[in-house]
Design a protein around this ligand. Structure first.
Ligand code: UDP
Length: 239
């Protein structure tokens, strides 16, 4: 399958048309952005690491019954995916408080939450991805009925359970993550975009070391080393 014209370029990926009109080719870029692209950087090889990490995690989720847009990887930083209409809601699941949750509500950083919190954010850079209530989603027409929001929440919680266990077996604490969903030509809701250290937070179980994009956000250094470590653990055979 060959790349045809560029259809869309986001902060971390480019999407290309290919011979099959129902499919797209996603290229994972080496660019890193934070704080709504106010901070920009690039890390050679980051795209390939995220492509491999995300492919493995999507395959794992498929095995557990979560439908995704992924067809297959084409090379180290390209995936063949189903074309979907992305629902413009970033679905965030949190096991431990950190990041915007602690800043906004004053909750102590590192507090293990009594239950997994699922939040919706509006995928809109001009508005700085504001948090959404269910009613906001409905009145803005981001989904056509309330039951879709419950489906998104249930899927995020199921993904969380699968990934939390998977990473726990690899000595990583899944702190929080963001996922996006799309609707395919049959009206099916598919997990889309990516799941990688760009979109998740991982803390090492033993040392609490951050192994994710916070290394870039907080200028902690060794960004690529951390992403390589996540890939190494993802590829580790189950104990
Ligand atoms: N996240 C993301 N894209 C965004 C915002 C957040 O992938 O545009 C991820 C982020 O990496 C973290 C989780 O969603 O794993 C929760 O992020 P948070 O709301 O704490 O935002 P931040 O502190 O990054 O502003």
């Amino acid at each position: 399958m060959e790349k045809k014209e560029l259809l869309y370029e986001g902060k971390a990926k480019k999407l290309y048309r290919c011979e099959d009109d129902d499919l797209l080719i996603a290229e994972f870029k080496d660019d890193l952005t934070a704080f709504n692209a106010e901070k920009k950087g690039t890390e050679e090889g980051k795209g390939a690491l995220n492509c491999q990490i995300s492919t493995n995690l999507f395959n794992l989720l498929e095995k557990h019954g979560i439908k995704t847009h992924l067809i297959k990887t084409l090379d180290k930083n390209h995936q063949l995916v189903k074309k979907v209409d992305i629902i413009p809601i970033e679905v965030v699941a949190r096991n431990t408080a950190t990041g915007s949750l602690t800043k906004r509500l004053g909750i102590k950083d590192g507090l293990v939450l009594p239950f997994t919190l699922v939040e919706f954010y509006y995928k809109n850079d001009d508005l700085n991805d504001p948090i959404l209530t269910d009613d906001h989603c409905l009145l803005m027409g981001l989904v056509d009925d309330r039951s879709k929001l419950q489906i998104l929440k249930d899927k995020a919680l199921k993904i969380n359970e699968i990934l939390k266990d998977f990473f726990a077996q690899r000595d990583l604490n899944l702190i929080d993550f963001k996922v996006e969903f799309g609707i395919d030509k049959n009206g099916e809701i598919l997990l889309s975009d990516e799941i990688s250290p760009d979109s998740c937070r991982f803390w090492d179980k033993k040392t609490n070391e951050k192994l994710d994009k916070d290394r870039f956000r907080q200028n902690l250094g060794n960004v690529k080393v951390a992403y390589e470590e996540v890939l190494k653990r993802v590829l580790k055979e189950n104990k």
